[in-house]
Design a protein around this ligand. Structure first.
Ligand code: HEC
Length: 71
């Protein structure tokens, strides 16, 4: 899933304690957070850098991927 997996894993489980799990999160929640990171409404340097490069289509795609993983 692009480079998201370096921190959040292919299974949506954070690779380290500071990286939140994404598996089992709801689709609308993930989309909302990614757009908030992109516009700097939610402050997080790592995620701002990632989200800045994403189009709406890419956000929808990665959000769908992670929302379909089970806990
Ligand atoms: C360099 C590590 C890193 C990479 C790469 C990364 N993230 Fe994150 N991500 C983080 C950190 C750290 C947070 C917690 C941010 C905070 O402090 O709120 C986070 C938070 C999130 C959240 C919010 C989770 C929640 O519980 O609210 C989402 C959604 C997310 N990342 C999705 C992605 C996606 C999709 C990608 C790929 C485009 C990605 N991340 C790439 C480190 C990373």
């Amino acid at each position: 899933m692009i480079t998201c997996v370096a921190c959040h894993g292919t299974d949506g489980v954070g690779k380290s304690f500071q990286y939140p799990n994404l598996n089992g999160q709801k689709l609308p929640y993930l989309i909302k957070q990614l757009k908030a990171f992109r516009f700097g409404e939610r402050k997080a340097p790592d995620m701002a850098r990632m989200a800045r490069t994403l189009t709406d289509e890419e956000i929808a795609f990665v959000a769908e991927y992670y929302s379909k993983l089970n806990n």
